[in-house]
Design a binder for this molecule. Structure first.
Ligand SMILES: [Ca+2]
Length: 298
């Protein structure tokens, strides 16, 4: 089937009618359509300008949310000890009924997590990109994790200190980034979960976004480099049960791995969703159009 497309005559005049000249109805339609397009362009320009203004004001910039002891710098190990099994600001996940220290070489649940100082540069296990001078270790035992939120406690404070005071805010997306290293001799496929959670009305932690880190030699070719892994939580919506609730972060092995995970430099960022601001800008544009129309008809 052939089809012919009639192109506009390039010689035809384009422009507005002179004063007093009668405008044919088709031309009037074209003129109105052109005006409508101009209004759309104007609204679009307004939206773009508003977004540019928002970016300039820092409204669109990501906001860093400090995680107390997110770099595991405290406490330091007692003199003569290579690690400290106590970690400030972080709470250990409770010991499950199945865990028997006798089966795990006498290692108590409490000893499965702790902090350690980096070794000296040049040592075979010196971590090149460790943040500060310490990191945390977690034996690859399922559930032997660390978590923190507004209501969590730590080894030294049985009552919450409320140091991690941040909430999931409407229209903000959240990123949790953690430097991770899989220990030498780890079982292939062993996993570690990084997650965001909130507490429900019954005070139970509810995971809302997570990333599974899987051990393989390809993912962790050395024990001298931490690799960043990220959990992304989409922009919080009004109907989300976690909207306005306190932010919780958790790091926990989810399978037996034989050795250990090292983690460091826990970072949380709140990122304004550009889509929300675009809609806001278009909303302003719509209001402007409505006002312009009401002025025209008045
Ligand atoms: Ca550190």
């Amino acid at each position: 089937m052939s089809m012919t497309i009639q192109l506009r005559d390039p010689a035809a005049p384009v422009g507005f009618a002179a004063a007093g000249e009668k405008i044919p109805s088709v031309a009037r339609g074209v003129s109105q359509a052109a005006a409508s397009v101009r209004r759309c362009i104007c609204v679009s320009a307004c939206a773009t300008a508003l977004l540019a203004w928002a970016a300039g004001q820092g409204v669109l910039q990501a906001e860093t949310i400090a995680v107390p002891n997110g770099s595991f710098e405290s406490p330091t190990p007692p003199p003569g000890f290579p690690v400290n099994t106590s970690i400030d600001s972080w709470q250990e996940t409770p010991q499950p009924g199945w865990y028997d220290p006798d089966v795990f070489g006498g290692v108590t649940w409490d000893q499965l997590t702790g902090v350690f100082p980096n070794t000296a540069p040049g040592e075979p296990n010196h971590i090149d990109n460790l943040d500060g001078s310490q990191a945390a270790y977690l034996f690859a035992v399922p559930g032997a994790g660390l978590f923190q939120d507004y209501s969590s406690t730590d080894w030294n404070h049985p009552s919450p200190l409320h140091l991690f005071d941040a909430k999931f805010q409407l229209g903000m997306a959240y990123n949790l980034t953690v430097g991770v290293l899989g220990g030498s001799g780890m079982t292939d496929g062993a996993s570690l979960q990084l997650s965001f959670y909130y507490r429900d009305a019954g005070n139970n932690p509810v995971t809302i976004a997570s990333t599974d880190v899987t051990y393989s030699l390809a993912n962790f070719p050395t024990i001298t480099q931490l690799h960043d892994y990220q959990v992304s939580l989409p922009a919080v919506q009004a109907g989300d049960p976690w909207a306005g609730q306190n932010i919780g972060v958790q790091i926990a092995p989810t399978s037996l791995g034989g050795t250990y995970w090292d983690v460091d430099n826990v970072r949380v960022q709140a990122v304004p969703e550009p889509g929300s601001l675009s809609l806001l800008a278009l909303g302003f544009g719509g209001l402007w159009l409505a006002r312009a129309r009401s002025r025209q008809s008045a």
